[in-house]
Design a protein around this ligand. Structure first.
Ligand code: NAD
Length: 436
């Protein structure tokens, strides 16, 4: 099949690479000329394990191409996926900004030839697919097309595997013809018995928000439990393990930490609150999850401050990890973007390391943050070491070496990676999240 993808970011590029690996002929379009030029020369603009190999392989086999010009690729496509960003609106009201979606629809409309299915892969509020349809019909009344919704559930850092072996595919359609085209797109996944949920446009759009909101609620729930644990002298790790062993609860997303971040949960929970509000429905659990998440970040700042004796002014902090999770360079809404500026503002000296995220982080963090080349450099002269993101590189650090480099052996482990007893034996003061 011929597939065109509008928007070659985290989702568009991974989808394009994986569809081409399925055997489809894919063109990825992006407005960002520098990004497309890089991709044409084999340079991958994001860090995502396995992506470079897949892009290079399928590009060299001519199944995957990149362009800034959608004209030919849209005209010849069976399916056009829209995978542009849907960030929170700059107005600060929590609504999803759909400008990129609607602009993409306007651009596609006059280029359509023959029957094609236009698929929203971006996460969009309920009703967006019908708006896209309306825009295209208004612009090109003669066009022969259907609009579908096919939300994406990949996780950054494990995106290739998630795309190639998804838990499910969701297809929202109004027509059997469009459903048939999308089933053909995903046919290679029938071999591994991937469940396909076919539904209407509204349900498909809402499924994505519901999935992200549920996971965000789970994270806020365990963070709230961790805070109760700290106050009553209980251990949140044991608690999470014990409740997670209940099959009805499940052990995933029960890791106390500095709060959720990333390009999806923060914006999608806010957007879902607005969707509920607009349609006169309550969403109090999601509202609470959002509030708890903001409070958790503030709590981490206070935790670090308290560990430093009540003030971070003039104290040197070694920071390990800046991205919102390991195996990505995505800095969007990372907790470090809230926690580090607050500490810096109160006079802390910050030396930060991240295996992949420092280039992106430098765009968002205040200029006072010093970036260093190794986790050990971050420890030099530090009054405290803060483990912010659980990269594998940080799981087996040379602790005696770290102790010898630090001014004060204080380890603040916001991901509960290390064993408190072990660090205490090695002469550290240890502070985790939810551990008494
Ligand atoms: P992104 O910001 O990484 O990429 C979007 C790309 O679209 C950019 O490269 C931008 O230049 C391009 N673009 C915008 N308008 C365009 C246009 N008219 N024509 C061509 N290119 C255009 O975004 P992302 O992280 O890939 O997210 C895309 C969507 O997928 C969002 O709705 C997001 O919520 C959803 N999603 C993201 C993830 C994730 O982990 N990143 C997972 C699931 C779903």
């Amino acid at each position: 099949m011929k597939i065109t993808i509008i928007g070659t970011g985290y989702v568009g590029l991974v989808s394009g690479a994986c569809f081409s690996e399925f055997g489809h002929k894919v063109t990825c379009i992006d407005k960002d000329a520098a990004k497309i030029a890089d991709l044409q020369s084999g340079i991958i603009p994001i860090y995502e394990p396995g992506l470079e190999t897949l892009v290079q392989k399928n590009s060299s086999e001519k199944r995957l191409t990149f362009s800034t010009d959608p004209t030919e690729a849209v005209a010849s496509a069976d399916t056009i996926f829209i995978a542009v960003g849907t960030p929170t609106s700059r107005r600060g009201d929590g609504y999803a900004d759909l400008t990129y979606i609607y602009d993409a629809a306007k651009e596609i409309a006059p280029l359509l030839q023959g029957y094609s299915v236009i698929v929203n892969k971006s996460t969009v509020p309920v009703g967006t697919a019908r708006q896209v349809e309306r825009i295209i019909r208004e612009t090109s009344p003669e066009a022969h097309f259907d609009v579908a919704s096919n939300p994406e559930f990949l996780r950054e850092g494990a995106a290739i595997n998630d795309f190639m072996r998804p838990d499910r595919i969701v297809i929202g359609v109004d027509s059997e013809q469009a459903a048939g085209v999308l089933r053909d797109v995903y046919k290679p996944l029938y071999l591994i018995d991937t469940p396909i949920v076919t539904t209407n446009l509204e349900t498909a759009e809402l499924i994505k928000y519901a999935a992200n909101a549920y996971l965000a609620v789970k994270i806020s729930f365990i963070n709230e439990m961790a805070n109760i644990c700290e106050n009553v002298g209980a251990d949140a790790i044991t608690l999470a393990k014990a409740i997670g062993l209940d099959g009805r609860i499940g052990k995933k997303f029960l890791h106390p930490g500095p709060g959720y971040g990333g390009s999806c949960f923060p914006k999608d929970t806010l957007a879902l609150l607005r969707i509920a509000q607009e349609h006169g429905a309550g969403a109090r659990i999601i509202e609470a999850a959002v509030e708890v998440n903001a409070a958790q970040k503030a709590r981490m700042i206070k935790k670090i401050r308290d560990c430093l004796g009540g003030s971070e002014a003039g104290k040197t902090l070694g920071i390990l990890g800046l991205t919102f999770k390991p195996e990505t360079d995505d800095m969007r809404d990372s907790p470090s973007l809230t926690i580090l500026p607050a500490l810096l503002e109160k006079g802390a000296i910050i030396k930060a390391h991240d295996p992949q995220g420092m280039k992106e982080a430098a765009k968002f963090l205040p200029s006072g943050v010093q970036f260093v080349d190794s986790p050990y450099q971050a420890c030099e002269g530090a009054d405290a070491l803060v483990l912010m993101t659980e990269w594998n590189q940080y799981r087996a650090l040379d602790i005696p070496r770290i102790k010898s480099l630090m001014t004060t052996p204080l380890f603040i482990d916001l991901r509960n990676v290390y064993d408190p007893a072990n660090l205490k034996d090695l002469g550290f003061t240890y502070m985790g999240v939810g551990r008494s």
